[in-house]
Design a protein around this ligand. Structure first.
Ligand SMILES: CC(C)(COP(=O)(O)OP(=O)(O)OC[C@H]1O[C@@H](n2cnc3c(N)ncnc32)[C@H](O)[C@@H]1OP(=O)(O)O)[C@@H](O)C(=O)NCCC(=O)NCCS
Length: 155
C-alpha cells in the first residue's frame, strides 16, 4: 500500500468528517470541530493520503507551550494493520522530540489496539480518569511520552 503524509487543508474536511464517523460511530468529531482544529494555530493535523487521493488516516496534535496532546488518531478500517498509524504517530513523535517536553493522550480503557500502538511507541500509562467518556460511559487511561529536551531535563 502506497501513501504519503500530507498536512490537512480545508478541501479534505468532508472526507475527514466522513472517515471520523466510520471510525468513531458513537461520538464522532463534527466537521466543524475539524475546521476549528484546522484554523487553530496551536493544532496540527496530518493525513495519510493514498495514491488515488483517498484519506487512509489522520492524526491531530495540539500544543500548549512545550506540551503536546494527541487529540485524535484514526485509520480507515480497510487500511488498518499496515503501519499507517505507526507512520502518523511516528511523525508527531519526531516533532515532539525536536520541540516538546511531553506528549499526552487519553484513550478508552477497552481500546486494546490503540493502547498497544501507544505502548509500542513508548507511551506509559500514568493515570485514569473515571467515566471520562460517554456512549458508552468508560474510564480514560492517561498516557504520556516524555522527551529529553523538556525544562525538567536541564534543571
Ligand atoms: C488504533 C488505530 C489507529 C491503529 O491504526 P493502524 O494503522 O491499524 O495501526 P498500525 O498498523 O500502524 O499498527 C501499529 C501498532 O499498533 C498496534 N495495533 C494496531 N492494531 C492493533 C490490533 N488490532 N490489535 C493489537 N495491536 C494493534 C500494534 O502494536 C501495531 O504494531 P505491530 O503491527 O508491529 O504489531 C486503528 O485501529 C483505529 O483507527 N482505531 C479506531 C480509532 C481509534 O480507536 N483511535 C484511537 C483513539 S485514542
Amino acid at each position: 500500500m502506497t501513501y504519503r503524509i500530507v498536512p490537512m487543508t480545508a478541501a479534505y474536511l468532508p472526507q475527514i468528517a466522513a472517515l471520523e464517523k466510520r471510525c468513531f460511530p458513537a461520538d464522532p468529531w463534527s466537521e466543524e470541530l475539524f475546521r476549528d482544529a484546522l484554523d487553530n494555530p496551536h493544532t496540527a493535523i496530518l493525513l495519510a493520503e493514498g495514491e488515488d487521493g483517498s484519506i487512509l488516516g489522520y492524526a491531530v496534535l495540539s500544543v500548549v507551550l512545550d506540551e503536546g496532546n494527541l487529540d485524535n488518531i484514526a485509520v480507515a478500517p480497510e487500511a488498518r494493520r499496515q503501519g499507517v498509524a505507526d507512520t502518523l504517530l511516528g511523525a508527531l513523535i519526531g516533532f515532539g522530540r525536536e520541540h516538546l517536553s511531553v506528549l499526552m493522550l487519553e484513550v478508552r480503557a477497552s481500546n486494546t489496539p490503540a493502547i498497544a500502538l501507544y505502548e509500542k511507541h513508548g507511551f506509559a500509562a500514568v493515570g485514569r480518569r473515571k467515566n471520562y467518556y460517554d456512549a458508552p460511559k468508560e474510564d480514560a487511561i492517561l498516557m504520556t511520552l516524555e522527551f529529553a529536551n523538556g525544562t525538567e531535563a536541564v534543571k
